[in-house]
Design a protein. Structure first.
Length: 262
């Protein structure tokens, strides 16, 4: 993996862990940090040996408090553009069918919350705090938050957050529906790894086909049209060694050995 200045990456077998590493700035992301996040998730997407990713923040205070407004206000010119994959390298990445888990410790504000919303599963420590507070400072949540949140929770709940910019604690986040699980402070990454482990027990080809089918199907409100549209990942799965290995391992009463290849 590449060397980075503002993030850290770790590989534990097929698990890829990305840590935003600016704890003194509450893991806010400036253009250079966003560029590194984009590159890291490009590496994850392209590497067939990496099946699941976790994104988290260094320290216990923050997952990410969003855009680095101090950098923006400083007048410094960015040496790099915003990656095409969006804030945190994830918010505009629409073709990644490998699962990504957010391990949220502390503040997930603005762009930080939008990164978490772009993940498939959110594991939140009890001290996690979520908000899209941009209207309070004359901004708007332009990194997909205004679209993802009302697609992931009931509209009135989403509007209640977005039109006030109010902060929601982890327990309420689970009640509203955007948090998958709440764990004690300091345990978010550990729990995210446990969930990753459960995913890794499954065929990676089946997981990718499932995510691709779900995200593609959500593009239409017509159930039959969604059902009838078969995504490329399904064809790849049906033609794969994994599709044969699953029943064979079940019959032989052993754990399957996934190949992740056709």
């Amino acid at each position: 993996m590449s060397n980075y200045e503002f993030i850290k990456t770790e590989v534990e077998g097929p698990l890829f862990i990305v840590t935003i590493n600016r704890p003194d700035q509450l893991n806010c992301l400036h253009p250079m940090g966003n560029a590194e996040m984009g590159k890291a998730f490009d590496e994850f997407a392209a590497n067939p040996d990496l099946w699941v990713a976790i994104v988290t923040g260094a320290g216990e205070k923050a997952f990410s408090a969003g855009n680095d407004l101090k950098f923006a206000a400083s007048g410094q010119k960015s040496p790099v553009p915003m990656p095409a994959s969006g804030f945190g390298g994830l918010t505009s990445r629409y073709d990644l069918y490998k699962p990504v888990i957010a391990a949220v410790n502390g503040f997930a504000m603005g762009g930080g919350f939008e990164i978490a919303l772009a993940c498939d599963i959110i594991i939140a420590a009890e001290n996690a705090k979520f908000a899209l507070p941009e209207p309070r400072v004359g901004f708007a949540a332009l990194a997909s938050g205004m679209h993802r949140l009302p697609r992931e929770v009931p509209l009135k709940k989403a509007m209640g957050m977005m039109l006030t910019g109010r902060t929601v604690l982890a327990a309420e986040g689970k009640e509203i529906g955007f948090v998958t699980e709440v764990v004690p402070q300091g345990k978010a990454l550990e729990e995210a790894k446990r969930w990753a482990g459960m995913i890794l027990e499954c065929s990676p080809m089946a997981i990718k086909a499932t995510k691709e089918t779900v995200l593609t199907g959500l593009k239409t409100a017509d159930l039959k049209a969604a059902f009838d549209h078969k995504v490329p990942g399904i064809a790849k799965l049906m033609a794969s060694a994994d599709h044969k290995e699953g029943p064979k391992a079940f019959a032989e009463k052993r754990k399957p050995t996934w190949k992740n290849e056709q």
